[in-house]
Write a protein that binds this ligand. Structure first.
Ligand SMILES: Nc1nc2c(ncn2[C@@H]2O[C@H](COP(=O)(O)OP(=O)(O)OP(=O)(O)O)[C@@H](O)[C@H]2O)c(=O)[nH]1
Ligand SMILES: [Mg+2]
Length: 259
């Protein structure tokens, strides 16, 4: 068995409202990372973290579940937590031992009651957070609305690292805001790099932070804002973010301590 030094281990608690997609997200990550030979699905009762009979039968997480994967010589331990009100308190001990929280937000419903509750637990233990918006392939999903609900509820400093390309049944890829690259899911299930689409009329809705979610323009705006927040997160300098202040990849990586 591979042995990891302590500094090459990260514990991530996956938190959020019930049905947001936490268990499915972990299962998908495990498959993409090559840790599982099959893509485990919640609906088929084949995920790694929902393994108890009751969980499988009800299709909800009742207790904490663990899974791990190797990413660039780092062991990522995922702690799956329940999101339903009756079991959500299990998320608290998970956050106590976590280095980071992955807050999962439903792309159709946005921030919900248990998202706020688990976010408050994460505040209690001062756990850094990353947010994942799921279900962007579903009818009535709206990334801009989900982002806005998170900014409105938690912090205006929530900036997208990736932006979706297409929506609902046409959702087909993402823009990596940091590297300014776009990826589309091919028919073979592999991501392939494409040009960042310039068309995004359906995502014109502005967010609280001055970020357009249109793929090309939005990616540039998000990149500027991200850089500003990382460097001067405690200032109100985001007001100075403008179209002309595009940071380079080097400055972005320096700001984020990226490998
Ligand atoms: N279409 C679509 N369905 C999704 C996606 N992510 C999750 N689902 C579905 O949403 C349902 C709930 O997913 P789960 O992963 O069990 O949600 P959860 O957050 O773990 O729920 P609890 O464990 O009860 O808190 C399942 O039927 C999943 O198949 C997604 O990105 N797209
Ligand atoms: Mg679950």
């Amino acid at each position: 068995m591979k042995v990891y030094s302590t500094d090459a281990i990260r514990n991530l608690a996956v938190i959020g409202h019930g049905d947001a997609g936490k268990t499915q997200l972990i299962s998908s990550l495990l498959y993409v990372a090559g840790e599982t030979p099959r893509w485990g699905k919640v609906d088929e009762g084949t995920t790694v973290t929902d393994h108890e009979e009751d969980s499988i039968a009800r299709r909800i997480t009742l207790n904490i579940g663990l899974a791990h994967l190797d990413h660039r010589e780092t062991k990522l331990n995922f702690i799956d937590t329940p999101g339903y009100a009756a079991f959500v308190s299990h998320a608290r001990p998970a956050l106590r031992v976590a280095d980071c929280a992955v807050a999962v937000v439903d792309g159709v419903k946005g921030v919900e009651v248990q998202t706020e509750k688990t976010w408050a637990y994460a505040n209690e233990f001062i756990v850094p957070r990353i947010m994942v918006v799921t279900k962007l392939d579903k009818e009535h999903s709206d990334f801009a609305k989900a982002l806005e609900s998170a900014q409105r509820t938690f912090s205006r400093a929530i900036i997208p690292f990736t932006l979706p390309i297409g929506r609902e049944k046409d959702f087909r890829g993402v823009v990596d805001v940091v590297h300014m690259k776009a990826y589309e899911l091919g028919a073979d299930g592999q991501a392939k790099e494409i040009d960042i689409p310039s068309d995004g009329r359906h995502l014109r809705k502005p967010t609280l932070f001055p970020i357009s979610t249109r793929p090309w323009r939005g990616a540039n705006c998000a990149r500027c804002s991200l850089s500003q927040v990382l460097r001067w997160w405690d200032c109100v300098l985001y007001l100075t973010v403008s179209w002309t202040m595009r940071p380079t990849l080097r400055t972005m990586k320096q700001s984020m301590d990226f490998p």
